[in-house]
Design a protein around this ligand. Structure first.
Ligand code: NAD
Ligand code: SF4
Length: 428
């Protein structure tokens, strides 16, 4: 039997290395974030390094943003370094709120020093004097661990003179994690997204160049600089580079966060969590949180990587693997996602504000048995409008999982209900 998933903190903060879990495909490599990471040794070692060498190391490692969008980290750092103007700021986006995503919470609770060290390196590269950790308001334990780590870093002289980091607790709300809404909130305005471009790399906080990275990306920066880009690349499987924290939830025996080599098949991530509840099969899985479409259980051997999951018709997103077991009502899950986006729409732009409500109303009516031939086409058209005209990612994906499932799971009885093809009374 597979060992129960270990608490991430035990792996990260000097605890035992995790037992070598044996999954169907053979032994999984041990977790390289595990074991003792000597606090701030990397920042000290790279103290006098040429900033260009830091950027080169990230480029050689092939690191892409791990907050969901996969933008190449080295390019973001290079753009911000090259941008003119002031003030210059480094921001850690710790407003993790994508449904199914809880990897950053554990990293912040267990190893905030990795994130602080990554921010210190970012500040040196872009010439920032100020750093901000923008934290989700519900993350109380992370708030405490970050505060303690910041005090420790100041005590060691790593923070303070020249560069310091402030902990800012988000006023709350999903959209406040969108990087430009986050900037608005920090500038004491209503937290609504800005039009991009300009990107924050050039015009960010108070109009100055701003480096905004996700928690896991910054932790990965420290790990890459500690061990080297070749080492990072070698951690992946099947030609993929590096490591990824994946939050697994839904119908698995033990939901949890696992640090997996890129390229690990989805099936193994599920096995790491004790498999599917009650030994059932997988009806569908969403690899990247609520913004990414569900894929069928027949694709469980797809490697966890941005490219493979995009080719499969979905995306790795934040690495939030949500498993739906056979026997569960997929339409219910899809509706819950669509309602989430409707509720969280900030209302700044009309297509998202009106379209997300309209989409949910249409789908709910169909699911309630008010058979409406053509509802699938109407939802598709509505999604197309939202995707083309919404100014931020929320509106662009609000109806995507529903619309995608209408085709991909067309044979699934609950989805047929959503398509308006089966009256409620006759659906199973
Ligand atoms: P995006 O593709 O617009 O941008 C990604 C990053 O790259 C941003 O930091 C952006 O500023 C930068 N960028 C892109 N093009 C650039 C350019 N030409 N020059 C300089 N910088 C550039 O995506 P986004 O709207 O920032 O994020 C969407 C993603 O966020 C989704 O894929 C979703 O998975 C993820 N998401 C994550 C969470 C979470 O809790 N972690 C929550 C909601 C959404
Ligand atoms: Fe707000 Fe939606 Fe427009 Fe994004 S797309 S700015 S969430 S109304």
């Amino acid at each position: 039997a597979l060992p129960a998933p270990e608490r991430l903190s035990a792996w990260l903060d000097g605890g035992e290395r995790p037992p070598a879990a044996t999954a169907a495909g053979g032994p999984l490599p041990t977790d390289p974030y595990a074991g003792r990471h000597e606090h701030y040794a990397t920042a000290a070692r790279w103290q006098d390094a040429d900033p260009e060498a830091v950027i080169r190391a990230l480029d050689e490692a092939g690191l892409q943003g791990l907050g969901g969008a996969a933008f190449p980290t080295a390019r973001k750092w290079a753009f911000t370094r090259a941008a003119q103007g002031a003030p210059r700021t480094v921001i850690c986006n710790a407003d993790e709120s994508e449904p199914g995503t809880f990897k950053d919470r554990l990293i912040l609770e267990a190893a905030p020093h990795l994130v602080i060290e990554g921010m210190v390196m970012g500040a040196r590269v872009i010439g920032a004097g100020h750093g901000i950790i923008y934290l989700r308001h519900e993350y109380q334990r992370a708030r405490e661990s970050i505060a303690a780590a910041l005090a420790d870093a100041r005590g060691r002289g790593l923070l303070g003179e020249g560069f310091d980091i402030e902990l800012f607790v988000s006023p709350g709300g999903y959209i406040l994690g969108e990087e430009t809404a986050l900037l608005e909130a920090l500038e004491d305005r209503r937290g609504e997204p800005r039009n991009k471009p300009p990107f924050p790399t050039n015009v960010g906080l108070h109009g100055g160049p701003t480096l905004i990275n996700n928690v896991e990306t910054l932790a990965a920066v420290t790990t890459i600089l500690a061990h080297g880009p070749e080492w990072w690349r070698a951690q992946g499987r099947g030609g993929y580079s590096g490591l990824k924290y994946v939050s697994v939830s839904g119908d698995v025996v033990t939901p949890g966060v696992h640090c997996l080599p890129w390229g690990t098949p989805v099936r193994e991530a599920i096995e790491r969590c004790g498999g599917v509840m009650e030994g059932r099969g997988v009806l569908a899985f969403s690899p990247g949180g609520a913004s990414t479409p569900f894929l069928p259980g027949s694709l469980l051997d797809t490697p966890l990587a941005f490219e493979t999951l995009r080719e499969a018709g979905s995306g790795l997103g934040t690495g939030a693997l949500v498993v739906v077991a056979e026997g569960r009502d997929l339409a219910d899950v899809l509706l819950a996602q669509a309602r989430f986006f409707r509720n969280e729409s900030c209302g700044k732009c009309v297509p998202c504000r009106v379209g997300s409500r309209k989409g949910v109303a249409l789908a709910e009516a169909a699911a309630a048995g008010e058979v409406a031939p053509g509802v699938a086409e109407a939802l598709r058209t509505l999604h197309g409008t939202l995707a083309r005209t919404s100014i931020c990612g929320l509106g662009q994906v609000a109806l995507l999982p529903v619309v995608d499932a209408l085709e991909r799971f067309a044979d699934e009885p609950s989805v047929q209900r959503l398509r308006g093809e089966v009256p409620w009374a006759t659906s199973p």
